[in-house]
Design a protein around this ligand. Structure first.
Ligand code: EPZ
Length: 422
């Protein structure tokens, strides 16, 4: 297992470009299963999670080839199996996205239940409800979701969960509905731009979908979809992570491809912390100065503050001039980064779903351990600010979602290197 060794305390300055969006791309790869032929995706990030989804598609018999540094060709005409195996799905919950396409095109799917996750239970009840409402029989057998549907018939379906919409269940229902008979109305659908990007790709494949970006999607089923070529949107969570690298080191960082509209709740919180972000070079520029001001943040489904930016923002707020409050509206227990930040000298008190962050003047390098993708990113950010050397272990979590992280941070002036650790 590799670790990062970071020599902290350096101001970061310069510009980086945002990668393709992991969370837009993963369901799009599954959507390729809906059409006979070769679908091509451009601006695909080189990430462990993308390779895992490619392995799932290959396990189904699809051909998946890199035809460029960030371009993937998926040939779904050779799909002859309908089982997404446990050893792949347990690695990545997003593998669930093959469920809807398999049932829609092949009328059958067996997808392993995803394992637990570092930051709490990740139920799948809304995914199962979606398919049952369309007329599939869905049973749980031996740790697998077994779905069969002689026919799928559209209807009005509400996908609201305890935390509001579900991005994954919206994607699965959306993809299944494109080939269902009649009209499917998805109530309380996810509104994230990544979901809008999936709608745009499905439309390019010949799907008929209205309401992208709103809480109600209307899908009129068609006989079949055709393969398409599609360019994936830029990764806004990765983009904001690099802006935060500028903020936490009192630096000056520009991220090309950062989207002001998507990041509005994030930049509004930064403004409240006296951190200015301005449009620049086809993206956003952040000029940071420590300490930042304390803020109160509540995570929520889009257009709220993204839960995927909560750990990274918490890292910044450990160096605020006062007491900040974070409320996790999506994953109440998403605070595995807090005890690790405390090892660097931070003062964070967690009572789920709330974290109280009492700002300190300085962080000091230490050994810390990543437990999931965004918690790992938060620890890297804190290590960049901490005086002395920080070792971030188990960075395979970070490799899931950040392409060329050490190269990008080094280009901004960070002293970070990847070291193999037995
Ligand atoms: C997506 O996961 C993202 N992953 C996550 O990003 C992100 O944290 C999450 O959305 C929330 O924004 C991908 O897009 C691949 P949900 P997903 O279904 O689709 C509850 C990252 O760091 N729920 O929108 O699995 C659930 O417990 C990852 O890139 C049910 O109750 O999330 C949660 O509270 C981590 N029943 C809420 O809905 C269900 O059947 C939102 O979950 C499904 C979900």
């Amino acid at each position: 297992m590799d670790k990062y060794v970071i020599d902290g305390g350096r101001r970061l300055e310069g510009a980086v470009a945002a990668q393709g969006s992991k969370n837009a791309c993963l369901p799009m790869m599954a959507a390729a299963l809906l059409a006979e032929g070769v679908t091509t995706l451009r601006n695909v990030p080189r990430l462990a999670d993308i390779e895992t989804m490619a392995a799932v598609l290959r396990a189904l018999g699809a051909g998946v080839e890199w035809i460029g540094p960030h371009e993937v060709a998926i040939d779904a005409s050779t799909v002859d199996k309908h089982v997404a195996p446990y050893d792949l799905v347990r690695r990545m919950r997003a593998s669930l996205a093959v469920l809807g396409p398999l049932v829609a095109r092949f009328r059958r799917a067996e997808v392993s239940l995803p394992g637990g996750c570092a930051f709490g239970p990740r139920p799948v009840d809304l995914h199962l409800k979606a398919l049952r409402e369309l007329g599939a029989t869905v049973e749980l057998e031996g740790g697998y979701i077994v779905a069969e549907a002689p026919a799928l018939v559209g209807k009005r379906i509400n996908l609201s969960g305890p935390a509001g919409p579900s991005r994954g269940a919206t994607a699965n229902l959306l993809m299944a509905a494109t080939l269902a008979e009649g009209v499917t109305v998805i109530e309380d659908a996810a509104r994230e731009p990544e979901t809008v990007d999936l709608v745009n790709m499905l439309t390019a494949m010949g799907a008929r979908i209205e309401g992208a970006g709103s809480a109600e999607l209307v899908v009129t089923g068609v006989e079949e979809l055709r393969p398409a070529e599609y360019e994936v949107m830029r990764d806004q969570i990765e983009a904001a992570t690099y802006l935060l690298a500028g903020a936490i080191t009192g630096g000056d960082v520009t991220v090309e491809g950062a989207d002001p509209e998507y990041l509005t709740p994030f930049t509004a919180a930064l403004a409240e912390a006296d951190v200015a972000v301005e449009p620049a070079a086809g993206g956003l520029r952040l000029r940071g100065e420590l300490p930042v001001g304390p803020v109160e943040v509540r995570t929520a489904p889009y257009p709220g503050f993204p839960t995927d930016l909560q750990p990274q923002t918490t890292a910044l707020l450990t160096l605020a001039s006062g007491r900040s409050v974070i409320v996790e509206g999506i994953y109440p227990d998403r605070y595995n980064h807090a005890p690790e930040l405390a090892r660097l000298g931070a003062n964070v008190e967690v009572t789920p779903p709330t974290a109280i962050i009492n700002g300190v003047h300085k962080l000091y390098g230490a050994y810390v351990m990543a437990s999931d993708l965004r918690a790992g990113a938060a620890l890297v950010l804190a290590g960049l600010a901490a005086g002395g050397e920080t070792n971030v272990r188990r960075i395979y979590h970070i490799d899931r979602g950040y392409e060329d992280l050490e190269e990008k941070l080094t280009s901004l002036g960070a002293a970070i290197r990847r070291v193999a650790e037995e």
